[in-house]
Each structure stands twice: as C-alpha cells, then as structure tokens.
Design a protein around this ligand. Structure first.
Ligand code: SF4
Ligand code: SF4
Length: 306
C-alpha cells in the first residue's frame, strides 16, 4: 500500500477498526496484475466470489445459457443473514476451490468477469447511515500473501483502477440491488421473518431473469398487475428492463413502495389491506402464485430453511 493513501474524512462507520482501511476513490494504490507475474491465476484458485444480478446476466449471455442453467451449474446460494434474503456465489470446480472459468491461459470469461474479480484487490464497501436514504461507496485494499501485484512498480488511484477495470458500468447496473441488500440488512427484525415464498420471490426477481420472465408472462401476473403493452414488450425483450422491474416489484411486495399499478379486484383487496396495514405483515400480501418456483440451486436453500 502506498503512503499516498487517503482515508475518507467522513466515515459512515465511526469508531471502528475498519476506518484505517477505508479509502476514498482518489486514494493511490500500488498494484499491477499481468500474465507474466509469478502468482498468475493464484487468486482464481481459491475463490469466494459473490455475484450481482448484472454479473449473472453478463455471464449467462456469454455462455449462451439461461439464468436457471447458469445458477445450477456455476453457483451456490448463501443467506445475507439468518432467515434473510439470499445471495449467489460461484461454485468452485468439484473437489477444489478453483473457479470453474480459470484456465492455464487465465480467465476464460475475462470480458464478462464479475464485479468482484474486476475490483480485486480493491473491495467496494457500500454503507448506509440510519438517517440517510442513499448509500455511500468507499473502498478497502485487500492484501493477501499469494498476490504479488502489490509489489509491482505502478501507482494509480482507485478511481483510475475502477475505470481501467470497466467498473463504472458494473457499479451502475448493480446499484439498485446493493441498495436493496442494504435496505434488507438495515430493516433487520422490523420486517419480520420472511416466508419461504418471499425469499423465493426475491431470489427469482434478482438472479433468475429467465424464470422471472415466465412469471411476468403468467395469467396470475396479468390478472393482478396493470402493465401497459409497451412496458410489457420491453420487459419481455430486455433483461435489464426486467431486472429493474423486478427491483420495483420486490420493493412493492416487501416494503410497500407502491410504483406498480394493480388491477380491479386486486386493487380493492390491496386498499382494504392498506386500511389495516398495521396488523398486516408482508407475509399476507397477495401476489401471483409462486408455489411452482423452485430455486435452481440443488435444493440447498430448502435444506437450510428447514
Ligand atoms: S471469473 Fe475469471 S477472473 Fe473471476 S475467479 Fe473466475 S477465472 Fe478468475
Ligand atoms: S494473485 Fe494478484 S497479481 Fe496474481 S494474478 Fe491474481 S490479482 Fe493478479
């Protein structure tokens, strides 16, 4: 780490040992990674990589498979907290801790590598103060013994490194999801224990876009939500439009942030519930049937939630 490092003055996590490692975008780091370095691929042989919804869209498109197939073959689920919403991590090669995409020549999906791989050895810290409704980004430098890139003769700011790694696009498309995760974490017990159905809905609407598209096309959805044809056509054709709609649906169902119009009967029932919102937990919110949806993760989540 360079002496030029700049700590952010206004840390969102005061009085914590995390502070000395919390860096602003103009902090200077010393780092370079290249094919001839003696640790080439070492970081890809001992992975613990969380994927964002946008990472999954890029990778499934690259591989020419559905999100469901991608999740099954390349990922494993985890929970952000006990009984809380799920996340997705890379599943390593059987019997190893190696990434399934690492080859002798390097990363076989390099142009579409996930956010965490682009950031390494920088870590993105998204935090949110209790009195604010937006998240703040700061950074940390991860220094692991196996990574010799820290001894290379190159200094650059974290912002320059982010630009070099194409992270602006990844951060932009991952922002809504990160904010949602922060919201879930900060809500804590206030949101109560989420039902398996809510957790499955969250998982599908964040990570399994091809299943979510089928859900949006279903008769149950059509009788509940009032969506104009142009919006529907866009969602059916464009994964990113669908991802944004999924974010709105999660916020509406789990947090009552109402941005999607309901139809006829569904609206009447909804207004009835609003009149009695104090006593209505999010478990009781009616929505198109999710009963048939199974998370494509080898049933691991089912075992964990029992
Ligand atoms: S996706 Fe590529 S860069 Fe990321 S761990 Fe796998 S091989 Fe390494
Ligand atoms: S261990 Fe560090 S320097 Fe070596 S290949 Fe990985 S990121 Fe690059």
């Amino acid at each position: 780490m360079s002496d030029d490092k700049k700590l952010i003055d206004d840390s969102p996590i005061p009085d914590t040992p995390v502070l000395p490692n919390q860096l602003a975008g103009d902090a200077v780091i010393q780092f370079r990674c290249h094919k001839d370095i003696d640790c080439f691929n070492a970081c890809c042989k001992n992975i613990d990589i969380m994927l964002t919804p946008y990472d999954i869209l890029r990778l499934k498109k690259r591989l020419g498979i559905t999100s469901t197939e991608f999740l099954r073959q390349y990922t494993e689920p985890f929970e952000f907290g006990r009984g809380s919403v799920g996340g997705v991590k890379y599943k390593p090669k059987e019997g190893t801790n190696e990434c399934q995409f690492v080859t002798e020549e390097g990363c076989s999906v390099y142009e579409d590598r996930p956010t965490a791989c682009r950031y390494y050895p920088v870590g993105l810290l998204s935090t949110r103060r209790q009195d604010e409704n937006f998240d703040r980004a700061s950074y940390a430098l991860v220094q692991e013994d196996h990574c010799h890139g820290h001894f290379e003769d190159r200094k650059l700011t974290i912002d320059e490194y982010r630009e070099e790694q194409g992270l602006e696009e990844y951060d932009e498309h991952g922002r809504a999801w990160r904010q949602l995760i922060l919201k879930v974490k900060s809500a804590g017990p206030a949101i109560g224990n989420m039902s398996k159905t809510s957790l499955k809905f969250f998982f599908m609407a964040c990570y399994d876009m091809d299943r979510f598209r089928e859900f949006v096309k279903s008769a149950g959805f059509a009788t509940t939500y009032d969506i104009d044809q142009a919006t529907m056509d866009e969602m059916l054709a464009d994964d990113m439009a669908l991802l944004h709609f999924g974010d709105r649906m999660i916020r509406q169902i789990m947090y009552g942030e109402e941005t999607i119009a309901l139809k006829g009967d569904a609206l009447d029932k909804h207004l009835e519930r609003r009149g009695d919102r104090e006593s209505v937990s999010h478990e009781n919110v009616e929505r198109p049937s999710m009963a048939a949806y199974e998370m494509p993760v080898d049933g691991e989540d089912e075992k964990k939630n029992k």
